[in-house]
Design a protein around this ligand. Sequence first.
Ligand SMILES: [Zn+2]
Length: 247
Amino acid sequence: MPEAHVLHRHARDQREALAGQVLSVTSPQGKFDATPFDGHRLLDVQAYGKHLLHSFEEAPDLHVHLGLRGFFLRTEDLGLLPRGGTRMRLVGERAAFSLIAPSRCEALDRDARDALLATLGPDPLRAGATARDGAAQRLAAARGVVGATLLDQSVWAGIGNAWRAELLFLAGIDPSRRIDVEEAALLWDLAVEHLTLGLEAGQVVSDPSAPDERWVYERETCRRCGTPVRSWTLAGRTAWVCPTDQS
Ligand SMILES: [Zn+2]
């Protein structure tokens, strides 16, 4: 599933390419009512955890969640026909974006937008260092083991399975236990640092000296010590843990 760094990259890309322009907005697939947005000026695009919100002049907000399989395609060839199954197409003056297979693509009025944002915890790529204490208390106080609470978007927003595995490895924490507020603060610092690297690189980065490598995620052995990686289902997703480096 696309995690926060991917959504923040989409937000930045679409903001730079389209904001300030009057857009053509269509649904080639016909499963989305584009009429509230078509012909309106795009003001901004922001990511909140795994959610994207497009704000338009004199229109509701547009909410996109990619879910497990959704993705955007970008083209500068504005005459190119969108591929089949395109849920929504945004066309500006120099670039067009096609949205394929999202889990959500919908109009939100102000109340619905506020209600959505109220369900989300702090996002390391939005809140950064200033939110450290509050975010740490929130994670440490959340009910359940850290491997579950880290994926709970109401606790922190934007962490998915790959970041869960790699951040907990970097912190030396086993996901099947609870953590204290100092450990939660360490995890927040690691999340801010590495999600920022991931935003620039366009992928999960847990070792800046080897950005294509992972420590334990989807590995058979730990990249640091060679111990066989233990994996099991935790909070609905596969956890990956080095029994030597994490306790
Ligand atoms: Zn190890």
